[in-house]
Design a protein around this ligand. Sequence first.
Ligand SMILES: Nc1nc2c(ncn2[C@@H]2O[C@H](COP(=O)(O)OP(=O)(O)OP(=O)(O)O)[C@@H](O)[C@H]2O)c(=O)[nH]1
Ligand SMILES: [Mg+2]
Length: 418
Amino acid sequence: MEKACLVTSVVDKEKEIFSARQRESELSDLAKTAGAEPIDKVICRFKKVTPNLFIGKGKAEEISLICRQADISTVIFNNDLSPTQQRNLESVLKAKVIDRTQLILDIFSRNARSVEGKVQVELAQLEYLLPRLSGKGVMLSRLAGGIGTRGPGEQKLEVDRRDIRRRIARLKKDFNGLRRHRSTMRKKRINASLPLVSLVGYTNAGKSSLINALTNSGQIVSNSLFTTLDSVSRVLTLPKNQKIVISDTVGFLYNLPHHLIEAFKATLEELRVSDLLMHVIDVSDERLNERSVCVYEVLRQLEVTDKPVITVLNKIDKLQDKSWLSRLKHDFPNTVFVSAKNRENLDILVLEIEKHLPNTLVEFCLFIPTEHLRFIDMVYTQGCVSKIEYRNNGVYIEGSLPQVLQRKLNRLLNIKNT
Ligand SMILES: Nc1nc2c(ncn2[C@@H]2O[C@H](COP(=O)(O)OP(=O)(O)OP(=O)(O)O)[C@@H](O)[C@H]2O)c(=O)[nH]1
Ligand SMILES: [Mg+2]
């Protein structure tokens, strides 16, 4: 385990949603997820950021002493540092210095599973590193190993600037190819007219557990941060037989570094084409209101602001006292209280999804001539058939269908019939 000292700064007059202790506790979770052992924690309060060290000189010397006494080789800062600040801090602290973006990138690189996820993370890591390798040789953090030095699949990240540039060009090319593939897949789904419901929420809220409970799938679930990085989609059949696609993706975090939002914009593009969002909240967490504010802030940055939202208040099984829960109904839109773990209230959630889908089912009766019988398959997979009669020159069916599909079938049949 990499022994670490955690530094959380409080700058006067800078508004933060979370208290210093709450931010420190989140940093500690992030550090542990990255494989570090937080040995000591320091909160620095100051009026103004110092350009060359971020914190004051005296505080830096204090931290340096802590590190020497406790044999700590890594200092993790709860904010972003400029390349100069990072380099200067390393020489004063005589320890490897990791900032918040680098820490989160490291977790991302450990958790990236798909080819696309790995490419995105390595690209973000190298773009982060490049300006940090200029000037006076390789920084201490580049030599030490551990957090900040490994890419996806535990391979060591490049340190040579020329090689990094070459690798960045290569990764960008790969990424564009993958992106085209994703967009083709999306078009296919739109053609199949299946509505898309996307899960959003703070990391560790239980999004993957919920998609597993709803669709009996096997997404990895873990009590650590950013377990899911890649978008995963599953088909769910609603009670009236309407099929929808549910997609699980990367969780959000307070002050998610801009760098990372940029890197994951492509993955998160799914959100922009969603018909409905399910905002999953961990009700057992005392910071649920602040976390929710962060989620909406990230959605705003991603320009996803016009979608209907169902608020899924998850982990109700963890609460002893449930009396205060009803208050949350007034604070969030369209609330449903569930436990993904105990599969509690999932039926209510499914009905709520059905209610908010723009693509609600409509009754239909249709005669499909023999030469177009292939359309029956569409009706069966996406709708609900209540009556079917085989006649001489075709099939008569009644039932309910997504409106989009009904229009499409009418159009197809009319065109073919004329
Ligand atoms: N008690 C309880 N625990 C839950 C429930 N849902 C999820 N968990 C636990 O919460 C932790 C996080 O669950 P995940 O499903 O991985 O959360 P996530 O939102 O996908 O997290 P990331 O992918 O890391 O952003 C795991 O330890 C789950 O077992 C629930 O309803 N009740
Ligand atoms: Mg997950």
